[in-house]
Structures are given as structure tokens and as C-alpha cells.
Design a protein around this ligand. Structure first.
Ligand code: DQA
Length: 143
């Protein structure tokens, strides 16, 4: 177990300012720091990337092959639309955990479907930003 990738999709760079009732007050940097705190004692490295562009996320998923032991991925709204991201995840052997800060099942019906969940190892939904840390813990224990 050497390296994890923390990947965030569109609009998640706005965390802290964006709809705090739904997503809380923490920034993406706060989330990254907390994930680092979880993995630090295990000498696991973390790379953290965010993009608002589907193609860039796809490129990073391809590049993850052979480089990371796991990907913690909040795909934002692409979750509900992107067959291309789903195919990218299917094209690599690195396990991916899908994370959502909000409980998408309590929200609009278009958020109830994930294109990606069937090709991910698992999904953590509605536990706030803690979901990212829980995903990291899973990878620490299952690698
Ligand atoms: C989200 C849920 C998505 O439906 C939404 O488009 C987001 C954030 C979440 O973390 O709760 O951008 O992925």
C-alpha cells in the first residue's frame, strides 16, 4: 500500500462557499488535510486533484493505473450523467470508492441514479465530508 488518489469533480472547488446547508463549511483543502491526517501514520502518500472538466478527470483516471492503490472519487454531477467516466473506471484495475457529501437519495430524483456506482468498489453517501476519511480508512484496511 503506497499511494492514494483523492479526486474531486465539478464545482467541488467551491466547497466552503457553495450551498453550505447541503455541503457544510469545509473547503476542499480542509478535506484533503483530514484525509492526510488519517493516512499519515501508515506512511501512505496522497495526491489530490480537482477538475471541472470531464475529459481531464478521464485522463487522470487512465493515468492512475499502476500508480495508485485506490481512488477516492467525488464525481459531483457527472455521477448522474457520465458514461464516459464509468468506462474510464472500468478500463483500470485500481479500485474506486465513490463519495458524496450530501445524501443524494434525499434530493432530486435525477440524483438518485449513479452511472458510476456499478463499476466502483463501493459508495459512501450522505455522511458529510467524513465520507472521504472513511473511504481512506477502507483502503488502509483492504489493500
Ligand atoms: C455531490 C452530489 C451531486 O449530486 C452534486 O452534483 C455535487 C455534489 C455530493 O458530494 O453530495 O456536485 O457529489
Amino acid at each position: 500500500m503506497g499511494k492514494l488518489l483523492l479526486l474531486n469533480g465539478p464545482n467541488l472547488n467551491r466547497l466552503g462557499k457553495r450551498e453550505p446547508d447541503l455541503y457544510g463549511n469545509e473547503t476542499l483543502q480542509d478535506i484533503e488535510n483530514k484525509v492526510r491526517d488519517v493516512i499519515e501514520p501508515y506512511q501512505v502518500q496522497l495526491d489530490a486533484k480537482q477538475s471541472n472538466h470531464e475529459g481531464e478527470l478521464i485522463d487522470w483516471i487512465h493515468e492512475a493505473e499502476g500508480k495508485y492503490h485506490g481512488i477516492i472519487f467525488n464525481p459531483g454531477a457527472y455521477t448522474h450523467t457520465s458514461i464516459a467516466l464509468r468506462d474510464a473506471i472500468s478500463s483500470i484495475t485500481v479500485p474506486v470508492i465513490e463519495v458524496h457529501i450530501s445524501n443524494v437519495h434525499k434530493r432530486e430524483s435525477f440524483r438518485h441514479t449513479s452511472m458510476l456506482a456499478p463499476v466502483c468498489s463501493g459508495q459512501i453517501v450522505g455522511l458529510g465530508t467524513k465520507g472521504y476519511q472513511l473511504a481512506a480508512m477502507y483502503f488502509l484496511e483492504n489493500n
